[in-house]
Design a binder for this molecule. Structure first.
Ligand code: KET
Length: 424
Protein backbone atom coordinates (compact mmCIF):
# COMPACT_ATOMS: atom_id res chain seq x y z
CA UNK A 1 0.00 0.00 0.00
CA UNK A 2 2.67 2.46 1.15
CA UNK A 3 5.14 1.46 -1.58
CA UNK A 4 2.40 1.83 -4.23
CA UNK A 5 1.85 5.40 -3.13
CA UNK A 6 5.60 6.03 -3.19
CA UNK A 7 5.74 4.66 -6.72
CA UNK A 8 2.97 6.98 -7.80
CA UNK A 9 4.80 9.99 -6.41
CA UNK A 10 8.04 8.90 -8.01
CA UNK A 11 6.34 8.52 -11.40
CA UNK A 12 4.71 11.87 -11.05
CA UNK A 13 8.01 13.60 -10.27
CA UNK A 14 9.86 11.94 -13.14
CA UNK A 15 7.05 12.82 -15.54
CA UNK A 16 7.27 16.46 -14.44
CA UNK A 17 10.98 16.45 -15.02
CA UNK A 18 10.58 14.83 -18.44
CA UNK A 19 7.91 17.28 -19.60
CA UNK A 20 9.49 20.60 -20.47
CA UNK A 21 7.60 23.88 -20.08
CA UNK A 22 5.71 25.06 -23.12
CA UNK A 23 7.51 28.36 -22.62
CA UNK A 24 11.03 27.16 -21.97
CA UNK A 25 12.26 28.73 -25.22
CA UNK A 26 11.01 32.18 -24.19
CA UNK A 27 14.09 34.39 -24.18
CA UNK A 28 14.66 36.38 -21.03
CA UNK A 29 14.05 40.09 -21.74
CA UNK A 30 16.31 42.79 -20.32
CA UNK A 31 14.76 44.96 -17.59
CA UNK A 32 13.29 48.34 -18.61
CA UNK A 33 16.05 50.95 -18.68
CA UNK A 34 14.10 53.64 -16.86
CA UNK A 35 12.06 51.66 -14.32
CA UNK A 36 15.05 49.48 -13.45
CA UNK A 37 16.95 52.58 -12.31
CA UNK A 38 14.26 53.33 -9.73
CA UNK A 39 14.39 49.75 -8.47
CA UNK A 40 18.20 49.82 -8.16
CA UNK A 41 18.06 53.21 -6.47
CA UNK A 42 15.52 51.96 -3.93
CA UNK A 43 17.69 48.95 -3.10
CA UNK A 44 20.77 51.13 -2.57
CA UNK A 45 21.47 51.83 1.12
CA UNK A 46 24.03 54.62 0.57
CA UNK A 47 22.94 57.75 2.43
CA UNK A 48 23.70 60.31 -0.23
CA UNK A 49 22.20 58.36 -3.15
CA UNK A 50 20.46 60.45 -5.81
CA UNK A 51 17.79 59.35 -8.29
CA UNK A 52 17.93 61.32 -11.54
CA UNK A 53 16.36 58.50 -13.54
CA UNK A 54 12.61 58.50 -14.05
CA UNK A 55 10.90 61.72 -15.10
CA UNK A 56 8.84 62.24 -11.98
CA UNK A 57 8.66 65.53 -10.09
CA UNK A 58 10.15 65.75 -6.60
CA UNK A 59 10.02 68.66 -4.15
CA UNK A 60 13.11 70.22 -2.61
CA UNK A 61 13.17 67.42 -0.01
CA UNK A 62 13.29 64.81 -2.76
CA UNK A 63 9.73 63.73 -2.01
CA UNK A 64 6.88 63.13 -4.49
CA UNK A 65 4.56 66.14 -4.55
CA UNK A 66 0.79 65.80 -4.55
CA UNK A 67 -0.37 69.07 -6.12
CA UNK A 68 -2.48 71.03 -3.58
CA UNK A 69 -5.13 71.55 -6.27
CA UNK A 70 -5.28 67.79 -6.82
CA UNK A 71 -5.80 67.21 -3.08
CA UNK A 72 -8.61 69.74 -3.10
CA UNK A 73 -10.31 68.20 -6.15
CA UNK A 74 -9.91 64.71 -4.72
CA UNK A 75 -11.61 65.73 -1.45
CA UNK A 76 -14.49 67.22 -3.40
CA UNK A 77 -14.90 64.06 -5.46
CA UNK A 78 -14.82 61.75 -2.45
CA UNK A 79 -17.36 63.87 -0.56
CA UNK A 80 -19.75 63.98 -3.50
CA UNK A 81 -22.86 62.02 -2.39
CA UNK A 82 -23.61 61.25 -6.05
CA UNK A 83 -20.25 59.51 -6.58
CA UNK A 84 -20.45 55.92 -7.72
CA UNK A 85 -18.06 53.46 -9.30
CA UNK A 86 -19.94 52.61 -12.45
CA UNK A 87 -18.08 52.08 -15.73
CA UNK A 88 -17.13 55.14 -17.72
CA UNK A 89 -18.20 55.20 -21.38
CA UNK A 90 -15.84 53.21 -23.65
CA UNK A 91 -13.91 56.27 -24.83
CA UNK A 92 -13.95 57.83 -21.39
CA UNK A 93 -15.37 60.69 -19.36
CA UNK A 94 -16.92 63.20 -21.76
CA UNK A 95 -16.15 66.31 -19.64
CA UNK A 96 -12.53 65.15 -19.38
CA UNK A 97 -12.16 64.65 -23.13
CA UNK A 98 -13.73 68.00 -23.96
CA UNK A 99 -11.49 69.82 -21.51
CA UNK A 100 -8.42 67.96 -22.79
CA UNK A 101 -9.18 68.96 -26.37
CA UNK A 102 -9.53 72.61 -25.32
CA UNK A 103 -6.34 72.48 -23.30
CA UNK A 104 -4.22 71.25 -26.17
CA UNK A 105 -5.90 72.98 -29.13
CA UNK A 106 -7.04 76.19 -27.41
CA UNK A 107 -10.70 76.67 -26.39
CA UNK A 108 -11.59 78.73 -29.48
CA UNK A 109 -9.90 76.53 -32.06
CA UNK A 110 -12.14 76.54 -35.18
CA UNK A 111 -11.60 72.78 -35.64
CA UNK A 112 -13.61 72.21 -32.42
CA UNK A 113 -16.55 74.30 -33.66
CA UNK A 114 -16.38 72.49 -36.98
CA UNK A 115 -16.83 69.20 -35.09
CA UNK A 116 -13.80 67.61 -36.71
CA UNK A 117 -12.01 66.80 -33.45
CA UNK A 118 -12.54 63.51 -31.60
CA UNK A 119 -10.85 62.08 -28.54
CA UNK A 120 -10.56 58.98 -26.40
CA UNK A 121 -9.51 58.86 -22.76
CA UNK A 122 -6.51 56.56 -22.50
CA UNK A 123 -4.21 54.82 -20.03
CA UNK A 124 -2.10 57.96 -19.57
CA UNK A 125 0.32 59.09 -22.28
CA UNK A 126 1.60 55.59 -22.99
CA UNK A 127 -1.94 54.39 -23.64
CA UNK A 128 -2.56 57.37 -25.94
CA UNK A 129 0.58 56.51 -27.92
CA UNK A 130 -0.51 52.89 -28.05
CA UNK A 131 -4.10 53.56 -29.13
CA UNK A 132 -2.90 56.05 -31.73
CA UNK A 133 -0.37 53.55 -33.06
CA UNK A 134 -2.95 50.76 -33.06
CA UNK A 135 -5.46 52.89 -34.95
CA UNK A 136 -2.85 53.82 -37.57
CA UNK A 137 -1.79 50.18 -37.92
CA UNK A 138 -5.37 49.39 -38.95
CA UNK A 139 -6.38 52.44 -40.94
CA UNK A 140 -3.29 54.25 -42.21
CA UNK A 141 -1.67 53.40 -45.53
CA UNK A 142 -0.23 49.85 -45.27
CA UNK A 143 3.54 49.55 -45.20
CA UNK A 144 4.06 53.05 -43.81
CA UNK A 145 7.09 53.68 -41.66
CA UNK A 146 7.14 55.53 -38.36
CA UNK A 147 9.99 58.00 -37.91
CA UNK A 148 11.12 58.94 -34.42
CA UNK A 149 13.74 61.48 -33.36
CA UNK A 150 17.26 60.28 -32.66
CA UNK A 151 17.22 59.97 -29.68
CA UNK A 152 13.70 59.65 -28.33
CA UNK A 153 11.80 58.41 -25.25
CA UNK A 154 12.87 54.79 -24.67
CA UNK A 155 9.31 53.47 -25.06
CA UNK A 156 8.41 55.00 -28.44
CA UNK A 157 9.87 52.34 -30.70
CA UNK A 158 8.53 49.38 -28.66
CA UNK A 159 5.03 50.89 -28.71
CA UNK A 160 5.02 51.11 -32.52
CA UNK A 161 6.86 47.82 -33.05
CA UNK A 162 4.29 46.07 -30.84
CA UNK A 163 1.51 46.91 -33.31
CA UNK A 164 3.61 45.89 -36.30
CA UNK A 165 5.16 49.15 -37.49
CA UNK A 166 8.72 49.46 -38.72
CA UNK A 167 10.44 52.39 -37.01
CA UNK A 168 13.34 54.47 -38.25
CA UNK A 169 15.20 57.47 -36.86
CA UNK A 170 15.22 61.03 -38.11
CA UNK A 171 18.20 63.21 -37.23
CA UNK A 172 17.49 65.46 -34.25
CA UNK A 173 20.22 65.99 -31.72
CA UNK A 174 23.68 67.22 -32.59
CA UNK A 175 26.20 66.14 -29.94
CA UNK A 176 28.71 68.70 -31.23
CA UNK A 177 26.50 71.71 -30.54
CA UNK A 178 24.45 69.93 -27.83
CA UNK A 179 21.50 71.41 -29.73
CA UNK A 180 19.08 70.71 -32.56
CA UNK A 181 20.44 69.43 -35.87
CA UNK A 182 17.72 71.21 -37.86
CA UNK A 183 19.46 70.69 -41.21
CA UNK A 184 19.76 66.96 -40.59
CA UNK A 185 16.19 66.75 -39.36
CA UNK A 186 14.78 68.48 -42.45
CA UNK A 187 16.90 66.24 -44.70
CA UNK A 188 15.61 63.11 -42.96
CA UNK A 189 12.01 64.24 -43.37
CA UNK A 190 12.67 65.13 -46.99
CA UNK A 191 14.17 61.70 -47.65
CA UNK A 192 11.52 59.69 -45.80
CA UNK A 193 9.04 57.91 -48.11
CA UNK A 194 6.02 60.05 -48.98
CA UNK A 195 3.25 59.80 -46.35
CA UNK A 196 5.42 58.54 -43.49
CA UNK A 197 4.24 58.88 -39.90
CA UNK A 198 6.43 61.35 -38.03
CA UNK A 199 6.49 61.25 -34.25
CA UNK A 200 7.04 64.77 -32.89
CA UNK A 201 7.54 65.81 -29.27
CA UNK A 202 5.11 68.69 -28.80
CA UNK A 203 7.37 70.36 -26.23
CA UNK A 204 10.13 69.55 -23.73
CA UNK A 205 11.77 66.91 -25.90
CA UNK A 206 12.62 63.73 -24.00
CA UNK A 207 15.51 62.98 -23.46
CA UNK A 208 17.37 66.01 -24.85
CA UNK A 209 15.43 69.03 -23.52
CA UNK A 210 16.07 70.59 -26.95
CA UNK A 211 12.99 71.94 -28.78
CA UNK A 212 12.75 73.53 -32.24
CA UNK A 213 12.15 77.28 -32.28
CA UNK A 214 8.91 78.53 -33.84
CA UNK A 215 10.80 79.33 -37.07
CA UNK A 216 12.19 75.80 -37.12
CA UNK A 217 8.72 74.33 -36.55
CA UNK A 218 7.55 76.25 -39.61
CA UNK A 219 10.32 74.71 -41.71
CA UNK A 220 9.41 71.25 -40.33
CA UNK A 221 5.75 71.81 -41.25
CA UNK A 222 6.77 72.92 -44.77
CA UNK A 223 8.62 69.67 -45.48
CA UNK A 224 5.92 67.56 -43.87
CA UNK A 225 3.24 69.24 -45.95
CA UNK A 226 5.25 68.82 -49.14
CA UNK A 227 5.91 65.15 -48.40
CA UNK A 228 2.37 64.48 -47.16
CA UNK A 229 3.71 63.09 -43.86
CA UNK A 230 1.37 62.42 -40.93
CA UNK A 231 2.16 64.28 -37.67
CA UNK A 232 1.91 62.12 -34.55
CA UNK A 233 2.39 64.50 -31.61
CA UNK A 234 3.33 63.24 -28.18
CA UNK A 235 2.65 65.85 -25.51
CA UNK A 236 3.66 64.60 -22.07
CA UNK A 237 4.92 67.87 -20.60
CA UNK A 238 2.44 70.66 -21.37
CA UNK A 239 3.10 73.36 -18.76
CA UNK A 240 6.47 71.90 -17.83
CA UNK A 241 8.52 73.27 -20.69
CA UNK A 242 7.89 76.95 -20.09
CA UNK A 243 5.39 77.06 -17.22
CA UNK A 244 2.98 78.42 -19.87
CA UNK A 245 0.31 76.00 -21.11
CA UNK A 246 -0.38 77.88 -24.35
CA UNK A 247 3.22 78.31 -25.28
CA UNK A 248 3.89 74.61 -24.78
CA UNK A 249 0.97 73.76 -27.10
CA UNK A 250 2.12 76.17 -29.82
CA UNK A 251 3.53 73.60 -32.24
CA UNK A 252 0.40 71.41 -32.19
CA UNK A 253 -1.86 74.42 -32.71
CA UNK A 254 0.36 75.69 -35.50
CA UNK A 255 0.09 72.37 -37.39
CA UNK A 256 -3.71 72.42 -36.96
CA UNK A 257 -3.80 75.98 -38.29
CA UNK A 258 -1.77 74.87 -41.29
CA UNK A 259 -4.54 72.38 -42.12
CA UNK A 260 -2.80 69.10 -41.22
CA UNK A 261 -4.79 66.10 -40.12
CA UNK A 262 -2.99 64.86 -37.05
CA UNK A 263 -3.20 63.16 -33.71
CA UNK A 264 -1.92 64.21 -30.33
CA UNK A 265 -1.27 62.19 -27.17
CA UNK A 266 -1.69 63.95 -23.84
CA UNK A 267 -0.43 62.74 -20.48
CA UNK A 268 -1.50 64.15 -17.11
CA UNK A 269 1.18 62.17 -15.29
CA UNK A 270 3.65 65.03 -14.98
CA UNK A 271 1.61 68.24 -15.16
CA UNK A 272 -0.97 66.97 -12.63
CA UNK A 273 1.40 64.66 -10.76
CA UNK A 274 -1.08 61.83 -11.45
CA UNK A 275 1.55 59.28 -12.51
CA UNK A 276 -0.09 56.17 -11.11
CA UNK A 277 -3.65 57.21 -11.94
CA UNK A 278 -3.03 56.78 -15.66
CA UNK A 279 -5.00 59.76 -16.96
CA UNK A 280 -4.39 60.58 -20.62
CA UNK A 281 -6.10 61.47 -23.83
CA UNK A 282 -5.73 60.74 -27.54
CA UNK A 283 -7.11 63.43 -29.84
CA UNK A 284 -7.57 63.33 -33.61
CA UNK A 285 -7.99 66.46 -35.69
CA UNK A 286 -9.57 65.52 -39.02
CA UNK A 287 -10.50 67.23 -42.26
CA UNK A 288 -14.28 66.98 -41.82
CA UNK A 289 -16.96 66.11 -39.27
CA UNK A 290 -18.16 63.02 -41.09
CA UNK A 291 -14.70 61.44 -40.99
CA UNK A 292 -14.49 62.47 -37.34
CA UNK A 293 -17.59 60.40 -36.55
CA UNK A 294 -16.14 57.38 -38.32
CA UNK A 295 -12.79 57.65 -36.53
CA UNK A 296 -14.60 58.05 -33.21
CA UNK A 297 -16.55 54.83 -33.80
CA UNK A 298 -13.37 52.87 -34.62
CA UNK A 299 -11.55 54.24 -31.57
CA UNK A 300 -14.43 52.97 -29.45
CA UNK A 301 -14.22 49.57 -31.11
CA UNK A 302 -10.47 49.25 -30.59
CA UNK A 303 -10.65 50.52 -27.01
CA UNK A 304 -13.47 48.12 -26.11
CA UNK A 305 -11.38 45.11 -27.11
CA UNK A 306 -8.25 46.45 -25.42
CA UNK A 307 -9.37 47.81 -22.05
CA UNK A 308 -13.17 48.01 -22.33
CA UNK A 309 -13.18 51.45 -20.73
CA UNK A 310 -10.62 53.65 -18.95
CA UNK A 311 -10.15 54.20 -15.18
CA UNK A 312 -12.26 56.95 -13.63
CA UNK A 313 -10.49 58.50 -10.66
CA UNK A 314 -7.65 60.41 -12.33
CA UNK A 315 -9.90 61.61 -15.15
CA UNK A 316 -12.42 62.95 -12.61
CA UNK A 317 -9.71 64.96 -10.89
CA UNK A 318 -8.41 66.43 -14.14
CA UNK A 319 -11.92 67.15 -15.40
CA UNK A 320 -12.92 68.94 -12.20
CA UNK A 321 -9.82 71.15 -12.25
CA UNK A 322 -9.88 71.95 -15.97
CA UNK A 323 -13.59 72.82 -15.92
CA UNK A 324 -13.54 75.12 -12.87
CA UNK A 325 -11.89 78.48 -13.40
CA UNK A 326 -10.76 78.94 -9.76
CA UNK A 327 -9.27 75.44 -9.61
CA UNK A 328 -7.73 75.93 -13.05
CA UNK A 329 -5.94 79.11 -11.88
CA UNK A 330 -4.70 77.25 -8.83
CA UNK A 331 -3.40 74.46 -11.06
CA UNK A 332 -1.46 76.98 -13.15
CA UNK A 333 0.16 78.23 -9.94
CA UNK A 334 1.07 74.65 -8.94
CA UNK A 335 2.54 74.11 -12.41
CA UNK A 336 4.67 77.20 -11.97
CA UNK A 337 5.90 75.93 -8.61
CA UNK A 338 7.15 72.78 -10.34
CA UNK A 339 8.57 74.31 -13.50
CA UNK A 340 10.24 77.19 -11.64
CA UNK A 341 11.89 74.82 -9.17
CA UNK A 342 13.25 72.83 -12.09
CA UNK A 343 14.56 76.00 -13.73
CA UNK A 344 16.18 76.99 -10.45
CA UNK A 345 17.92 73.60 -10.29
CA UNK A 346 19.22 74.13 -13.82
CA UNK A 347 20.65 77.46 -12.76
CA UNK A 348 22.25 76.06 -9.63
CA UNK A 349 23.78 73.09 -11.40
CA UNK A 350 25.20 75.43 -14.02
CA UNK A 351 26.61 77.83 -11.41
CA UNK A 352 28.18 74.96 -9.48
CA UNK A 353 29.89 73.53 -12.57
CA UNK A 354 31.19 76.96 -13.60
CA UNK A 355 32.52 77.59 -10.08
CA UNK A 356 34.26 74.23 -10.09
CA UNK A 357 35.71 75.16 -13.50
CA UNK A 358 34.62 71.78 -14.78
CA UNK A 359 36.15 71.32 -18.26
CA UNK A 360 33.72 71.95 -21.13
CA UNK A 361 30.81 74.30 -21.63
CA UNK A 362 27.64 73.96 -19.58
CA UNK A 363 25.25 76.54 -21.07
CA UNK A 364 23.11 73.72 -22.40
CA UNK A 365 22.00 72.90 -18.84
CA UNK A 366 20.14 76.22 -18.65
CA UNK A 367 19.27 76.41 -22.36
CA UNK A 368 17.43 73.07 -22.40
CA UNK A 369 13.86 72.97 -21.18
CA UNK A 370 11.41 70.63 -19.53
CA UNK A 371 11.93 67.83 -17.11
CA UNK A 372 15.23 66.53 -18.48
CA UNK A 373 18.69 67.67 -19.24
CA UNK A 374 20.96 65.88 -21.65
CA UNK A 375 24.23 66.42 -19.86
CA UNK A 376 26.60 65.16 -22.54
CA UNK A 377 28.07 62.63 -20.07
CA UNK A 378 29.29 59.51 -21.83
CA UNK A 379 28.18 55.98 -20.89
CA UNK A 380 31.48 55.16 -19.15
CA UNK A 381 31.20 58.37 -17.10
CA UNK A 382 27.61 57.50 -16.18
CA UNK A 383 28.90 54.13 -14.99
CA UNK A 384 31.45 55.77 -12.68
CA UNK A 385 28.89 58.24 -11.34
CA UNK A 386 26.57 55.34 -10.55
CA UNK A 387 29.19 53.16 -8.91
CA UNK A 388 31.24 55.75 -7.06
CA UNK A 389 28.61 58.37 -6.18
CA UNK A 390 25.38 56.31 -6.19
CA UNK A 391 23.77 58.76 -8.59
CA UNK A 392 21.28 57.04 -10.92
CA UNK A 393 20.73 58.31 -14.46
CA UNK A 394 20.15 56.72 -17.85
CA UNK A 395 23.22 55.61 -19.82
CA UNK A 396 22.63 58.27 -22.48
CA UNK A 397 23.50 60.95 -19.90
CA UNK A 398 19.93 62.14 -19.38
CA UNK A 399 19.11 63.51 -15.94
CA UNK A 400 15.69 64.21 -14.54
CA UNK A 401 16.14 67.76 -13.22
CA UNK A 402 13.46 67.25 -10.58
CA UNK A 403 15.70 64.72 -8.82
CA UNK A 404 18.04 67.58 -7.93
CA UNK A 405 17.42 69.72 -4.86
CA UNK A 406 19.16 72.38 -2.80
CA UNK A 407 20.49 69.44 -0.73
CA UNK A 408 22.16 67.42 -3.47
CA UNK A 409 22.92 69.71 -6.40
CA UNK A 410 26.41 70.49 -5.14
CA UNK A 411 27.13 66.80 -4.53
CA UNK A 412 26.03 66.00 -8.08
CA UNK A 413 28.07 68.85 -9.58
CA UNK A 414 31.19 67.55 -7.80
CA UNK A 415 30.51 64.06 -9.11
CA UNK A 416 30.21 65.42 -12.66
CA UNK A 417 33.38 67.43 -12.17
CA UNK A 418 35.26 64.32 -11.04
CA UNK A 419 34.21 62.11 -13.97
CA UNK A 420 34.74 64.80 -16.58
CA UNK A 421 38.28 65.49 -15.27
CA UNK A 422 39.38 61.99 -14.39
CA UNK A 423 37.47 59.82 -16.88
CA UNK A 424 37.41 61.84 -20.10
N1 KET B 1 5.68 60.37 -23.77
C1 KET B 1 6.87 60.83 -23.34
C2 KET B 1 7.67 61.67 -24.27
C3 KET B 1 7.32 60.52 -22.05
O1 KET B 1 8.49 61.00 -21.68
C4 KET B 1 6.54 59.71 -21.20
C5 KET B 1 7.05 59.32 -19.88
C6 KET B 1 5.29 59.28 -21.70
C7 KET B 1 4.90 59.63 -22.98
C8 KET B 1 4.34 58.41 -20.93
O2 KET B 1 4.02 58.79 -19.68
P1 KET B 1 2.70 58.21 -18.96
O3 KET B 1 3.11 57.98 -17.57
O4 KET B 1 2.27 56.96 -19.68
O5 KET B 1 1.68 59.30 -19.13
N2 KET B 1 8.27 59.37 -19.54
C9 KET B 1 8.89 59.08 -18.27
C10 KET B 1 8.39 57.87 -17.57
C11 KET B 1 8.44 56.62 -18.39
O6 KET B 1 9.48 56.28 -18.97
O7 KET B 1 7.40 55.94 -18.45
C12 KET B 1 10.42 59.06 -18.44
O8 KET B 1 10.91 59.20 -19.57
O9 KET B 1 11.13 58.94 -17.42
Amino acid sequence: MFSKRLNQIENHISQMAAKPSTFQEVPRAPPDVIFNLTATYKADTFEKKVNLGVGAYRDDNGKPWVLPVVKKAEREIINDPELDHEYLPITGLVSFKEASIKLILGADNPAIKEKRVVAAQTISGTGANHLGALFLSRFYRKGSIVYVSNPTWANHKPIFNNVGFETRDYAYYDPKTIGLDIGGMLDSLENAPEGSIILLHACAHNPTGVDPTQEQWKAIADVMEKKNHFPFFDCAYQGFASGDLDRDAWAVRYFVERGFELLVCQSYAKNFGLYGQRAGCLTFVLRDSETALKVDSQLAKLQRAEISNPPAHGARIVSLVLNDSALFDEWVENLKTMSFRIQEMRRRLYVNLVELETPGTWNHITDQIGMFSFTGLKPHQVKVIKEKYHVYLTDNGRISMAGLSSKNVEYFAKAVDDVVRNHP
